[in-house]
Design a protein around this ligand. Structure first.
Ligand SMILES: CC(=O)N[C@H]1[C@@H](OP(=O)(O)OP(=O)(O)OC[C@H]2O[C@@H](n3ccc(=O)[nH]c3=O)[C@H](O)[C@@H]2O)O[C@H](CO)[C@@H](O)[C@@H]1O[C@H](C)C(=O)N[C@@H](C)C(=O)N[C@H](CCC(=O)O)C(=O)O
Ligand SMILES: Nc1ncnc2c1ncn2[C@@H]1O[C@H](COP(=O)(O)OP(=O)(O)OP(=O)(O)O)[C@@H](O)[C@H]1O
Length: 511
């Protein structure tokens, strides 16, 4: 794929393991001769193969990985693990290990290859429709401040101590995840925060990992192309709250789904809410919102209280921060130590999450990663509370992803902003104009007298939005967040919304 290719992090000094030991450890009935074969890594992606790897040829929606087995061997794979169909297809002269469901076995095998079960770091996992990345960054910031060498895996970035790379998937495939954990061990990482998507739980990407603490942020309309219904989507998320996956949990019970997660959970959980009058173990009471910060008190039903100021805007960000704090409380950290860390000022920066890109003059311009109706609502409501003038929103809906949310995204934007500019956002294989038409239908039905504009490409849209705004107004560009590419017709071309917005502000004389 042209354009931006994220780097995969692996251990720099992997210790070889005899493959015969794998067969023994998993009681595999292997026909091939494994004597003398040693593996140093594992991957399910032929383009990522390193010499000494075990190549996992997985059946996929589009093709069977076995079609790439010969390529993997050419790149240095010393053996292949696959299913019976893959074994029949893979024409290779290295040992082939056959298992019924290689994807379901990948996590445990990768944990064996990289020995990630031995002395793992503290592991924190965060799931939910929105807020996973934000909560993960805030938790990592707190852990770093508490003296830990930290690791992080999110949609935006992966961190191993000070090393930062961009991400491909939100939660990596199991082979990549265990390679990352092994790299973290080499770097002395003692606490790692991992964002856990529903796709990751369902597709065995977090197999072989048991979290110390997991958290649930919220559930709202998204990914119905994958799950068909909110109930099915919920069922997948709930699986994280079981003893095979985690020891303890923190659940935000704002909205209807959190209470159901807490009820269904098979591990001990603590609950938190920002809704007055709702029952929970902890309450978030916001007492100040400014264009640069949000202040709140986090109060437990046992009387414990923590005063918090975060350098981010909005109730949703306060909730994310509260979840991060409570994950530490659940893990046994002293409230005093956490409070001292918060008082020193939260170290986290959130790439592309309600990130201000404008200067002191002219409209305040923010880029945001929101790409679902609820994310739009939360961010628009937060910005409304700190905006004196008008609120202009520019956004699009992504292609090859849940099309049923598009009209709703248009409707929410038109209801909560004063003017909207509908544009493109990663159309992928779809026709960008057809996606815009669906979004516009929702926006126009709800807009009344408010302006609803259409502009393509994004460069034109942000300029239209800035032209509509002046001193005291706010422009929100939702969708791209911190992404460094846009996907048009399956090709990732370099594109950074933050840079484009700054250029547009400069051209308009504001920067
Ligand atoms: C629906 C889904 O999750 N699909 C993932 C899945 O695809 P698939 O099983 O259909 O695989 P495939 O493309 O048919 O390929 C079959 C096998 O051949 C291998 N292959 C393929 C090509 C090649 O050159 N060499 C090679 O070895 C592939 O690595 C794969 O193992 O396995 C692929 C290989 O790892 C992933 O790239 C792909 O993610 C796609 C790109 C994707 O967009 N996933 C999204 C929906 C996703 O997972 N999103 C969540 C976040 C959602 C959120 O909260 O916003 C995430 O965690 O990222
Ligand atoms: N607690 C929250 N509730 C609702 N919306 C939120 C919350 N936190 C963040 N958001 C919105 O969702 C957007 C995405 O936030 P973030 O990247 O933290 O979520 P995510 O769950 O990691 O998303 P993704 O899975 O798509 O990577 C933000 O830019 C913001 O608009």
């Amino acid at each position: 794929m042209a354009g931006v290719t994220p780097r995969i992090l692996r251990p720099e000094h992997p210790a070889p393991r005899p493959l015969a030991g794998l067969a023994e450890a998993f009681a595999l009935d292997v026909e091939a001769d494994l004597d003398g074969v040693e593996v140093t890594g594992i991957t399910n992606d032929s383009s990522d193969v390193q010499p000494g790897d075990l190549f996992a040829a997985l059946p996929g929606a589009r093709r069977h990985g076995a079609a790439f087995a010969a390529d993997a061997v050419e790149r240095g794979a010393v053996a292949v693990v696959t299913d019976p169909a893959g074994a029949a297809e893979a024409a290779v002269d290295v040992p082939v290990i056959v298992v019924d469901e290689p994807r379901a076995a990948l996590g445990e095998i990768a944990a064996w290859v990289y020995r990630t079960g031995e002395q793992p770091p503290k592991l924190y996992g965060i799931t939910g429709t929105n807020g996973k990345t934000s909560t993960s960054f805030m938790l990592e910031g707190l852990l770093a401040d508490l003296g830990f060498v930290t690791g992080l895996s999110t949609t935006a970035e992966r961190h191993v101590g000070d090393l930062v790379v961009t991400s491909k998937l939100t939660t990596p495939e199991a082979s990549e995840l265990h390679a990352l954990l092994a790299r973290m061990r080499e770097a002395g990482v003692r606490a790692a925060v991992l964002e856990v998507s529903a796709q990751a739980i369902e597709r065995h990407r977090i197999d072989g990992v048991v979290f110390d603490v997991v958290a649930f942020t919220n559930l709202s309309h998204d990914h119905l192309d994958d799950y068909g219904s909110m109930e099915a989507y919920f069922d997948v998320k709930a699986e994280l709250f079981t003893p095979d996956r985690a020891q303890r949990g923190v659940v935000c019970v704002d909205g209807e789904w959190g209470a159901r997660i807490a009820e269904r959970s098979r591990i001990p959980v603590t609950t938190v809410t920002s809704e007055p009058g709702r029952e929970a173990d902890w309450h978030v009471d916001i007492w100040e919102e400014t264009p640069a910060s949000t202040s709140f008190t986090l109060t437990g039903i046992d009387g414990r209280a923590i005063e918090v100021q975060i350098p981010f805007i909005g109730r949703h960000m306060a909730v994310d921060a509260a979840i991060a704090i409570l994950m530490l409380v659940e893990d046994g950290f002293e409230i005093d130590a956490i409070t001292e860390s918060i008082d020193r000022g939260m170290r986290a920066t959130l790439p592309g999450r309600i990130e201000r890109v404008s200067g002191d003059e002219g409209p305040a311009v923010f880029v945001d990663y929101g790409h679902s109706p609820d994310a739009f609502a939360q961010t628009l409501e937060a910005l409304r509370r700190v905006t004196e003038g008008r609120l202009v929103m520019v956004f699009g809906a992504d292609g090859d992803r849940d099309a049923t949310k598009r009209e709703d995204m248009g409707r929410i934007a038109a209801e909560l902003a004063d003017a909207v500019v509908v544009t493109d956002f990663n159309p992928r294989s779809e026709d960008a104009a057809a996606i815009r038409a669906q979004v516009l239908a929702g926006a126009r039905a709800a807009a009344g007298e408010k302006p609803v504009l259409e502009a393509s490409p994004e460069e034109a849209a942000i300029r239209e939005a800035i032209a509509l705004a002046g001193e005291g107004d706010t422009v929100l560009w939702a969708g791209p967040g911190d992404a460094d590419y846009r996907d048009v017709a399956g090709v990732r071309e370099p594109f950074v919304a933050r840079d484009e917005a700054r250029l547009a502000l400069h051209e308009a004389g504001w920067l």
